[in-house]
Design a binder for this molecule. Structure first.
Ligand code: ZN
Length: 158
């Protein structure tokens, strides 16, 4: 676990229970860049994410709470400047909310466990879903396949 997570009592890649915390608590726990996107619904500048052109095999987790969100094999190069996926890892991993800010009608995507703002979903993605999940890389944690498998095995041995 890296230093940004050591003060985060809710961070877990396996706990599926809902997280409800006050905004003050989140502010104390999260690094400021993650707090700005996850809780203030900010947007990172396009082309700035280390995951924008990144295709290692593994799993993407919510950087605020550790909830699994996407698998690397559903990531694609959308050219939009943000990490893009065509399908979430499971049905409940993401919450969808209508967003009418900035004079647009969009669908906001939030983490299904802690309601962190992730980005938006659009219907101009590739098959098989036709969806494009346009996600702020700041709120994603990536774990390589072997590492995720190791954590899973350790958890199941307990
Ligand atoms: Zn989360």
């Amino acid at each position: 676990m890296d230093t940004s997570k050591k003060n985060n009592p809710v961070y877990s890649n396996t706990d599926t229970s809902q997280v409800t915390m006050s905004e003050e608590e989140w502010k104390k726990i999260l690094p400021s860049d993650i707090y700005y996107i996850a809780r203030m619904k900010g947007t990172e500048r396009p082309w700035t994410s280390k995951y924008e052109n990144f295709y290692d095999t593994g799993t993407y987790y919510c950087a605020a709470c550790g909830n699994p969100l996407f698998k690397s094999n559903t990531k694609f190069d959308s050219g939009c400047g943000w990490p893009s996926f065509y399908e979430p890892i499971s049905k409940g991993s993401i919450i969808y909310t209508p967003d009418h800010t900035h004079g647009m009608t969009r669908t906001e995507t939030q983490c299904g466990r802690c309601k962190a703002h992730l980005g938006h979903v659009f219907d101009d993605g590739p098959p098989p879903t036709g969806l494009r999940y346009c996600i702020n890389g700041v709120v994603l944690d990536f774990k390589k396949a072997q590492e995720a498998e190791k954590n899973y095995n350790e958890k199941n041995r307990q």
